[in-house]
Design a binder for this molecule. Structure first.
Ligand SMILES: Cc1cc2nc3c(=O)[nH]c(=O)nc-3n(C[C@H](O)[C@H](O)[C@H](O)COP(=O)(O)O)c2cc1C
Length: 192
């Protein structure tokens, strides 16, 4: 059920480091992005799979994790993602990537959940370091990194209280994600 997948698809930042996401699965997820809608059907996004453990280790320090959790430095070594997809915008094909990017990123993550994995979109990237690490050509803009793995953390959705949208962790390390209530996001048309 789509509703279940959407609910289950929380940003996961702690993984079982022993369970690798197979390269074939990563390719399958990129195959889903290939079928996504695209403005003017330009399909200007490119996808770089990162699945070798050594490449994952080298990419990890260039990503920032959970900005609101000031006391947390990101996942420890054996809880780090076991694969990534770097989403790139081909500036030879287009200039505005955001909407295509969002559609593809969410589709990839829903696909990951369906395959019993999970992940997190990472927009806070040390782009120049990542560019030189993987020798990414200058015409490809580094847009987003999707971290993938077998989630080990419990994430729960709750309603925003007092306007506070910051996610937080309790003492059992359950991650809480506040979402605005329906009556806060629904705007009905006024007909005169
Ligand atoms: C465009 C975008 C960029 C994001 N960048 C980061 C990031 O750099 N680091 C991180 O830990 N989470 C990042 N996230 C995850 C958000 O923090 C997360 O979606 C939000 O807290 C809501 O949680 P949920 O995905 O479980 O609903 C990003 C999400 C989006 C959509």
């Amino acid at each position: 059920m789509l509703a279940e997948l959407v609910l289950k698809n929380r940003s996961n930042r702690r993984f079982n480091g022993k369970i690798k996401v197979p390269a074939k699965t990563v390719e399958k997820l990129i195959g889903l992005a290939r079928l996504c809608p695209s403005g003017r059907n330009q399909q200007a996004l490119k996808f770089m799979p990162i699945t070798k453990p050594d490449d994952c280790d080298q990419l990890f320090p260039f990503l920032a994790w959970a900005g609101y959790l000031k006391e947390w430095d990101g996942p420890v070594k054996n809880e780090q993602p076991t694969a990534y997809i770097i989403i790139l915008g081909d500036t030879l094909l287009g200039a505005k990537f955001e909407i295509d990017l969002g559609i593809c990123a969410q589709t990839i993550l829903l696909g990951a959940i369906e395959n019993n994995f999970g992940g997190c979109m990472i927009g806070s990237i040390r782009r120049e370091e990542v560019r030189s690490l993987f020798q990414i050509p200058g015409h490809l803009e580094i847009l987003l990194v999707i971290a993938l793995g077998k989630p080990v953390e419990r994430v729960v959705v709750e309603e925003v209280k007092d306007g506070n949208i910051r996610y937080w962790r309790d003492l059992e390390q359950t991650h809480h994600v506040p979402k605005r209530a329906m009556d806060e996001i629904l705007i009905f048309p006024k007909v005169s």
